[in-house]
Ligand binder design. Structure first.
Ligand SMILES: O=C(O)CCC(=O)C(=O)O
Ligand SMILES: [Fe+2]
Length: 328
């Protein structure tokens, strides 16, 4: 059975100012192999410390455990900023919405003075989260720098250059705090913690707590537990990266079921996802990856035809995904 590889990112960690080509190359090849075989990889020694993750989880928990009417004052807005209650996100047509709470923070709000942060409800919320967004941006760029070597791109800085705009107005990257509440009553038929889905951006950095439950679908259709490993960040390929690499790197479906065990059902779970997206003004059909390889079914992007994608910008594509998952 496939397992999710663990890669030591220490030589390239975000704390290091100068990272040599050899180190980027070595780590990049390991990440590339994990991304082609499994689509997920655990990175250890990233330079983002567990204390920073704990701080974000602490303010998030403080928010999520406030009364619903207080939280709804910060409901998610058109800028992909704010709170969503249970069932709000529907990742699939027929099933009930996920049994989870989330707070999405588009990184473009980083410098936006008009954003209403819930600091009155949870002091230090914005400062804690913004500092974490910055760390995540640094880690994302480092991963992309190393991956460029793994992908053998001609210009090995071009991939990260397309993502320099994270935290700026023209980029849809976002940080999402998630809270899966204790399950103490019968859920709606078919309702689970997180429906199976793939992420639609470039890649995702995931920080999970020690509770567990995340599963990823391997190539043979069986599910593998993405068990929590302390002090690691779980990275996964998302749809755009699969598309750009002509299916070479795999955007792998993942889900969280409702545990059978009563104690586990009653245990809440927290996670933090950082969704990495390239600049929104870029064309989805960008020519960074020039391999002339025939696109298979697997490498079409959502249900868009090649023709649709030719003129579509990353911003339009991302917006269409928000409309798909949030309007029903
Ligand atoms: O909570 C998790 O562990 C996974 C979250 C996730 O996959 C997502 O929000 O896209
Ligand atoms: Fe996901």
């Amino acid at each position: 059975m496939a397992t999710i590889p663990i890669v030591d990112f220490g030589q390239c960690s975000v704390g290091r100012e100068h990272v040599g080509t050899d180190q980027l190359q070595k780590v990049g090849e390991e990440i590339y192999n994990a991304f082609t075989n499994v689509g997920f990889v655990y990175l250890v020694n990233t330079g983002i410390h567990s204390t920073s993750v704990d701080e974000v989880n602490k303010v998030a928990l403080d928010f999520f455990t406030k009364p619903e009417d207080e939280k709804l004052k910060f409901g998610r807005n058109v800028n992909n900023f704010g709170y969503d209650s249970i069932g709000k996100e529907k990742l699939d047509d027929g099933s009930p919405g996920d049994y989870k709470l989330s707070f999405n923070m588009a990184c473009r709000t980083y410098n936006d003075p008009c954003i209403k942060w819930p600091d009155e409800l949870v002091p230090q919320f914005s400062s804690t989260v913004k500092s974490f967004m910055k760390d995540c941006k640094c880690l994302a760029l480092r991963i992309l720098d190393s991956l460029s070597f793994g992908l053998k791109l001609q210009d090995n800085q071009q991939l990260s250059a397309l993502h320099e705009s994270i935290l700026c107005a023209n980029n849809h990257s976002s940080l999402r705090c998630l809270y899966y509440p204790p399950i103490t009553q019968e859920l709606e038929k078919g309702q689970i913690r997180l429906l199976e889905h793939t992420d639609y951006g470039l890649m995702t950095l995931l920080f999970q707590d020690s509770v567990g439950g995340l599963q990823i679908k391997s190539r043979d259709g069986t599910y593998i537990d993405a068990c929590p490993i302390p002090d690691t960040v779980l990275i996964n390929v998302a749809d755009l990266l699969q598309y750009w690499t002509h299916g070479d790197l795999k955007s792998t479906p993942h889900r969280i079921l409702v545990p059978d065990d009563t104690t586990k059902r009653a245990t809440p779970r927290q996670s933090i996802a950082f969704f990495v997206h390239p600049s929104e003004d870029l064309l989805v059909s960008n020519t960074l990856f020039k391999q002339e390889r025939k696109l298979t079914d697997e490498t079409t992007l959502r249900n868009f035809s090649k023709k649709d994608l030719e003129k579509m910008t990353v911003g339009e594509y991302v917006q269409s995904q928000f409309n798909r998952t949030y309007t029903r």
